[in-house]
Design a protein around this ligand. Structure first.
Ligand code: PMP
Length: 427
């Protein structure tokens, strides 16, 4: 019944309600709240597919919110993890597998002269904040409207600001508002505004998604990243690319390799370990070595051996040119197919991003250049689209972009485009 668009999710709905007796809101992350028609309860995965509590087989474009670039059940990662499990889980000390994971990151990522591991992207961003302030002796952090860098008080500002916002907008109740003093929120893709702010001389670091992918997908304008790089160097400001989404996803060396602009520091997570809780900060040796000289960075689970085994196995696959060749070809076909489906239906939409992560902005005739433009997309209609798609057996984020894995082969892409063609008729 996926063809008719009549898949039902009643068992998921029932189990979410039941779990809500114990689990706050029925979920463990606010990004899983309020999904239409219901947050799903998943049972197991297989390659490009997830199977839910209602027994539906869904083609998955969430991919765990990005990490599962090799799909849900990659044999080589499983083999490496099982071998490590038999040898030990967590040592509270260093291991050869952790050093190998670090070596691979330094080999693959242009800015990475040194790296440190931790467990989540939010934590990696905190390390960047501390290093930049220690290195410069300055307080202010420049971030951009619509960009997301984790859920901690000092950086959860203006991730979805309203059009009439006049200053930094906190992202949560209970957030310490004093932190807003040290945050300057600017529109992205506007070099003049950034240059002017940096000229004040009090900015420790500029942090950005070098292509914004956390909601929608926005490319930097030609010359923008190069201009940012130059302005930061000139003013002694640390430039940080938050590559939690783009790292090891839009190329083996992340967005910095794909677009050819090297930051001072970069944060990674998600695709680095295909679903295991691994994140990293990488960058210039002189900055990173501050952690051996007074800058505190900790974490019981940092470099956990099983997660490191997953990291090494994942990165080896991503180093194989065949991996990205396949992602590029199939992702391009999928993007073009989706754009064509909307064009055929006479619905205004633009598909932007990269073959490995892209977005469909319904209602926009041209690619958005910043958050202010992206927020004009037709959100309710997009949610109607992803909801219709789900009933046709395709799971795509209603607030975010489409993630692709190596397991999305031509047959999966064909089935997806079939479902997309049906869903667009229903919205
Ligand atoms: N930065 C970016 C760009 C992200 O997309 C995310 C998570 N979606 C984070 C940081 C935070 O990472 P985590 O959820 O692992 O804390």
């Amino acid at each position: 019944n996926w063809r008719d668009g009549t898949l039902s999710f009643d068992e998921s709905r029932r189990r979410i309600a039941e779990a809500s007796q114990w689990l706050a809101g029925g979920v463990s992350s606010n990004f899983r709240l309020g999904i239409s028609p219901t947050p799903l309860v998943l049972d197991h995965g297989d390659g490009a597919y997830l199977f839910d509590a209602d027994g539906n087989r869904l083609i998955d474009y969430y991919l765990g919110m990005g990490p599962m670039i090799l799909g849900h059940t990659p044999q080589d990662v499983r083999t490496a993890v099982e071998a490590q499990l038999a040898k030990g889980i967590l040592f509270g000390g260093q291991s050869a597998i952790e050093a190998e994971a670090a070596r691979l990151v330094c080999e693959m990522v242009p800015c990475a002269e040194r790296i440190r591991f931790n467990s989540s992207g939010s934590e990696a961003v905190q390390t960047a904040l501390r290093l930049a302030r220690a290195a410069t002796g300055r307080r202010v952090v420049v971030k951009f409207e619509g960009h997301y860098h984790g859920w901690f008080d000092n950086i959860l500002w203006s991730t979805t600001p309203p059009a009439d916002a006049t200053g930094p907008v906190p992202g949560s109740r209970g957030q310490i508002l004093d932190n807003g003093i040290d945050i300057a929120v600017l529109p992205w893709n506007d070099l003049a505004v950034l240059r002017e702010r940096l000229a004040q001389g009090d900015v420790a670091m500029v942090i950005m998604e070098a292509a914004m992918c956390n909601q929608g997908a926005i490319h930097p304008l030609p010359g923008y990243l190069e201009g940012v790089r130059e302005a930061c160097t000139k003013t002694g400001t640390i430039l940080v690319f938050d590559e939690v989404i783009t790292g090891f996803r839009v190329s083996p060396g992340g967005i910095q390799k794909r677009l050819g602009v090297t930051p001072d520091l970069a944060t990674f997570a998600k695709a680095i370990a295909n679903g295991f809780p691994v994140a990293a900060i990488a960058g210039r040796a002189d900055l990173m070595e501050l952690m051996a000289n007074g800058v505190m960075h900790g974490g019981t689970y940092n470099g956990q051996a099983v997660a490191m085994a997953a990291t090494v196995a994942t990165l080896r696959r991503l180093q194989d040119p065949a991996t990205f060749a396949a992602l590029e070809t199939r992702g391009t076909r999928l993007m073009q197919g989706i754009q064509a489906a909307f064009d055929r239906a006479g619905i205004v939409a633009t598909v932007t991003g990269f073959p490995e992560i892209f977005h469909v902005a319904i209602g926009l005739t041209e690619p958005a250049r910043n958050w202010a433009e992206l927020r004009r997309m037709d959100r309710p209609r997009y949610i109607a689209f992803t909801t219709a798609l789900l009933r046709h057996g395709v799971r795509a984020l209603e607030r975010g972009a489409w993630f692709l894995s190596t397991e999305h082969d031509d047959a999966v892409i064909d089935a997806t485009l079939d479902a997309v063609g049906r869903a667009v008729q229903e919205i």
